[in-house]
Design a protein around this ligand. Structure first.
Ligand code: 0PR
Length: 378
């Protein structure tokens, strides 16, 4: 820290210099992100609640009410009645809370968790921290976890099985219904990671069953800071009932609340306000329109990619396109980066992944395709 402070104008000018270095969603070049520009109402709401701390809700009862309403809205979108939960820092923390509840509930020696090989990398961190042994299960030909292999991995010390509704790399939905049946049959905790898909699938015409309408689903992750267009950080951890979150309870000896159910103590009320504002402004109809537009742009992209002789790893279920080039995919990814297109290269599938978030417009997809054709000389 400098000994003497600077004047306000200098501080702001210096900040602007940093800010200019950051990429801007509006330019439509960020194709590798599951986040997007927060909705303008989210920004307003966030600023309005900048002071609020959900970790001490007695001081901020309005913010607490906003959090409850957001959790209830998410639960009702996901067909959950009487669900409870918290807004947390993101998908990592939500997944962690779910596995902690499962571990504490089972209370067994040498606990294990059965995960698809496609599960988000946050589970690797979580298993390390919670001292859970991850048992990774192979995928089938459609990149969904193989049910019979999951069953073969469930043992007496399995504390949970996990399925993903919208994998991070390909946007694939695991056979959640089959996993739910299996969890019921084997009496094991079932967590669904819908960090991304949880705010896409409910707005698709054929989203399928992937949520609390399946009886074994005990908890779900769904992040408003991804397709919910809320400000970062806004993650959602939703649990079927209070008995489950009782396993997360920590006494807070001197605060305005008696217990906390999250890892993080101080939590931004501004996040709750930003998600609440987007939900209230858009409603289901507004979300449907946005998701529909993202899906149309995804289809435009995949059709044109095929015409440019690229092959899709799989037909998209969500607004994620994954493809390979016959001339070398990694090289194509590097060339696209050189031209300013921020795509992901996924070594596991040797593919390029494009996430078509609301900031990616048709015109950006077309400009991207023009550059791709130019690189590929097609
Ligand atoms: N579960 C799933 C299915 C996810 O896709 C993610 C993150 C998580 C859990 C963890 O969520 P948090 O990162 O909120 O803790 N998915 C994105 C990813 O890894 C996160 C992201 C977003 C990364 C924007 C980069 C970026 O620019 O791709």
């Amino acid at each position: 820290m400098h000994v003497k402070g600077a004047n306000r104008k200098t501080v702001l000018e210096e900040l602007k210099r940093f800010n200019r270095q950051d990429q801007k969603y509006d330019e439509g070049k960020i194709l590798c992100s599951m986040c997007t520009k927060p909705h303008p109402i989210a920004k307003k709401a966030y600023l309005m609640f900048l002071n609020s701390n959900l970790g001490d809700p007695g001081l901020f009862p309005g913010s607490l009410q906003l959090e409850r309403e957001v959790i209830n809205e998410l639960a009702s979108l996901l067909h959950g009645e009487n669900c409870v939960g918290s807004l947390v820092s993101g998908g990592t923390e939500a997944n962690m809370l779910a596995l902690l509840a499962a571990r504490n509930m089972a209370n067994v020696k040498d606990p294990e968790v059965v995960l698809p090989k496609s599960a988000h990398f946050s589970f690797t961190k979580i298993c390390g921290m919670l001292k859970l042994k991850p048992v990774y299960v192979d995928l089938d030909d459609s990149f969904r976890v193989d049910l019979s292999k999951v069953e073969a991995c469930i043992r007496g010390n399995t504390v949970a099985i996990v399925g993903t509704a919208g994998t991070s790399e390909l946007g694939v939905v695991d056979p959640i219904e089959g996993l739910s049946d299996l969890a019921l049959k084997r009496d094991v905790y079932f967590h669904v990671d819908a960090a991304f898909g949880g705010l896409v699938l409910p707005f698709l015409p054929n989203g399928g069953k992937f949520d609390f309408q399946l009886p074994a689903v005990k908890s779900m992750t769904v992040d408003p800071h991804k397709m919910g267009m809320a400000a970062i950080p806004t993650g959602g951890a939703i649990f079927r009932d209070t008995q489950t979150i009782d396993h997360l309870k920590t006494e807070t000896p001197y605060l305005t609340n008696r217990f906390q159910y999250t890892f993080v103590g101080t939590r931004p009320g501004a996040s709750a306000a930003s998600a609440w504002a987007v939900f209230r402004l858009l409603g289901v109809e507004g979300f449907k329109k946005i998701v529909d537009k993202c899906m149309k742009t995804t289809r435009l992209l995949t059709n044109e990619l095929k015409a440019a002789r690229c092959c899709l790893v799989t037909e998209p279920t969500l607004n994620i396109a994954a493809f390979r080039s016959p001339k070398g995919t990694k090289h194509l990814a590097q060339s696209l980066w050189q031209r300013g297109w921020f795509v992901s290269y996924v070594p596991r599938y040797d593919c390029i992944r494009v996430v078509v978030m609301p900031h990616v417009q048709n015109q950006h997809a077309l400009a991207f395709l023009a550059d791709l054709r130019d690189i590929e000389k097609i």
